[in-house]
Design a protein around this ligand. Structure first.
Ligand SMILES: [Zn+2]
Length: 255
């Protein structure tokens, strides 16, 4: 069994063929998909996707890309959704210092608030960290007991070890399939597998075999193959360890 730990299957890119995409994934052994929420207005669509298909698990959160769409009211609404709909995590939230036109102060406000909410509700948190790993580590350190994952991890090996020590999982997707991602692949080679998750981030971040096309959960097989070869392991082993990790983090066996 394989778990796609981060996939935006609710996005419009899948409106025409969502059922087929999910079926293709299921047939290949990808039985569970975690859907992160990005803005207040999409949470209902995530809920309806999860009602329509089995094996989909919701998260609700406010993504840093969309800070101009977030309002403080959405944080209250988030608490209501957590209460009412029992998602598996809070997120996708985080900090993106790569895109220069995003207001850093606003990003930090929504990120820190969501970390506090995750702690309050005893839920793991799904974090987007681009060019911001140091700031993310600082925010996590301030909140002992917080659990979660860094999606599409791109920080350093040293930072990875710090995050693992803090109880976080590191998730990897399409970028590890590119030979030119030498820094990322070298780092991944050294990481203990019991802290690693696999994801697609579909429809974004396609693997090299689907370069420039829409990504989809099925393509997680490429990610697993790359990790297996980097770790001199089998795809079966990588699938089972990463599924166990995701199951533990999101408490999927209880859901
Ligand atoms: Zn995402």
């Amino acid at each position: 069994m394989i778990i796609d730990s981060h996939c935006h299957i609710d996005f419009d890119a899948f409106d025409d063929d969502r059922a087929q995409v999910i079926q293709r994934a299921n047939q290949a052994g990808i039985k569970k998909i975690i859907i992160p929420g990005v803005i207040n207005d999409t949470w209902d669509k995530i809920i309806s996707c999860c009602n329509e298909f089995t094996g989909l698990y919701p998260c609700f959160g406010l993504h840093p890309y969309f800070t101009n769409k977030h309002q403080p009211q959405h944080l209250l609404n988030l608490k209501n959704y957590l209460d009412k709909h029992k998602p598996v995590a809070v997120g996708e939230c985080g900090l993106d210092f790569f895109l220069k036109d995003l207001d850093e102060h606003q990003q930090r406000f929504y990120f820190e608030q969501q970390l506090d909410i995750a702690l309050e509700f005893n839920l793991p948190v799904v974090i987007h960290a681009r060019k911001s790993t140091e700031a993310v580590i600082k925010a996590i350190k301030k909140r002992p007991g917080l659990r979660g994952m860094i999606h599409s991890y791109s920080g350093s090996y040293e930072q990875a070890l710090q995050l693992i020590k803090l109880g976080f999982y590191l998730s990897f997707g399409g970028p590890v399939t590119y030979e030119k991602s030498t820094r990322l692949r070298k780092m991944l080679q050294k990481l203990p597998l019991d802290s690693v998750l696999v994801e697609t981030d579909a429809p974004d971040q396609p693997p090299v075999s689907a370069k420039n096309n829409r990504n989809e959960p099925l393509f997680i097989l490429d990610v697993i193959e790359s990790i297996a070869s980097l770790h001199n392991s089998s795809t079966e082993t990588i699938s089972s360890i990463t599924s166990k990790n995701a199951g533990d983090l999101f408490k999927l066996n209880k859901v």
